[in-house]
Design a binder for this molecule. Sequence first.
Ligand SMILES: [Zn+2]
Length: 132
Amino acid sequence: MATYKTVKRECLIDFLKSHSKYSFTVREIAAEMSSDNTIKSVPSESTVYRLMREMEREGTVRRYIDPKNREYVYCLAGNDDIPVNMRCKVCGNVYTVDGETSRRIKEEIVSCGAAVPADSIEFLVKCKNCSE
Ligand SMILES: [Zn+2]
């Protein structure tokens, strides 16, 4: 199933980015966002819950249990930092994919229903030198 890039989703990601040092429960996210009048589109608690589960599956956020109150809390996973590399099948050289392209690759992976691995993504190619 494709991921829908909604305004609420973008606002939610912006909120998590601007509070990236903290983790929040779904209830806290909904409450914090509704008290912030700079946010264009405030999602309801059930929408936050649905979006967080969706983003957890694609690796955008991480969920864990807060040991203090045994509640699920979420924080941004830093998916942007996961490197995408191309390895040449012929010579074995590894090439790094630039940020914008790697972001698109991760989006494609997610839109195919797969998840972005936590460490790195690597795919096999025939590099420029070897294809000449
Ligand atoms: Zn090569």
